[in-house]
Write a protein that binds this ligand. Structure first.
Ligand code: SAM
Length: 275
């Protein structure tokens, strides 16, 4: 689907794009193919697409995979999609707010891949929601704001590293990102864009119950970025327990949250959950 076709559909239906829904449609064939390639999509795959828009990515996914489940909030676009893909039995379309739907319909995504050009304003909570699912998808390939992609993939001690890096990296390994120029979208977004690939870890670093405590721990550790981690954590755990944990794990007493890597947060979670 190229730009001319996109304009034609929008004109035909008299659709004015809604900025608050992040409606920046990707019309560059090369970038769309790169996104599908990052998904390593094969016919046996089940693919979740959030925010299909007019369906430029959907059509490439449908050509390569067995099943696409697409969630779009804008009913006007869903109507276009129903018409465009009327004779495609392997597409399931849902009109819904994807974040709310995911929260209200927990399910096992283990055998699924997310491949999507996400609405930027809800991209982070959608990715966190999927990553924290009981069965998280095997791969997340998401086009989002460049700065958010960098935050998710960041390593400890860097400027971009923070809560989002840890919440996603607990279950996923970042496998790189590529920048997508603004001129590839209609209309061009106000921010830079990138497509990020995350691959589920072969074995979870923590159990589901431990992961819940990990989330509480990192949220607290990053609740005030300039404050010492120990000071923040002692509002929730006894100070002597924290001090012995820090010594055993090798966390300096004066450390701030952003200097501690994922594996030490994992070790700290386990320590604090010891009976
Ligand atoms: N995938 C299309 C493309 O690449 O051209 C459209 C991508 S556009 C960046 C984001 C899409 O997400 C829009 O179609 C918008 O209507 C939809 N959207 C926005 N918020 C949404 C939400 N909460 N749930 C589902 N879809 C949403």
């Amino acid at each position: 689907m190229n730009l001319t076709e996109m304009r034609r559909w929008l004109d035909l239906r008299g659709i004015q794009l809604t900025k608050s829904l992040g409606q920046n449609f990707l019309h560059d064939g090369n970038q769309l193919r790169r996104i599908v390639a990052a998904g390593e999509v094969v016919p046996e795959d089940n693919v979740l697409e959030i925010g299909p828009g007019l369906g430029p990515l959907t059509e490439l996914l449908l050509a390569q995979t067995g099943q696409v489940f697409a969630i779009e909030k804008d009913a006007r676009l869903v109507e276009v999609l129903r018409e465009r893909f009327a004779s495609t039995p392997n597409l399931t379309l849902l009109t819904a707010d994807a974040l709310r739907w995911l929260q209200e319909n927990p399910r096992d995504w283990t055998t699924w891949k997310l491949v999507a050009n996400l609405p930027y304003s809800v991209a982070s909570p959608i990715l966190v929601e999927l990553a924290e699912a009981d069965g998280p998808p095997e791969r997340l390939v998401a086009t989002l704001q460049l700065e958010v992609a960098q935050r998710i993939a960041a390593e400890a001690g860097t400027e971009s590293y923070g809560l989002l890096s840890l919440l996603l990296q607990l279950r996923y390994e970042p496998r790189g990102w590529f920048k997508i120029p603004g001129s590839c979208f209609f209309p061009a977004p106000d921010v830079d864009s990138a497509c990020l690939t995350l691959v589920r870890r072969p074995r979870p670093l923590l159990t589901h119950a431990e992961a819940k405590v990990f989330t509480q721990l990192v949220k607290l550790a990053f609740s005030q970025r300039r404050k010492m981690m120990l000071k923040l954590l002692k509002t929730r755990w006894p100070e002597d327990q924290l001090q012995s944990a820090f010594t055993e794990i090798g966390i300096p007493a004066m450390a701030r949250g952003e200097t501690i890597d994922l594996l030490r947060y994992v070790a700290l979670t386990r320590y604090l959950m010891r009976p």
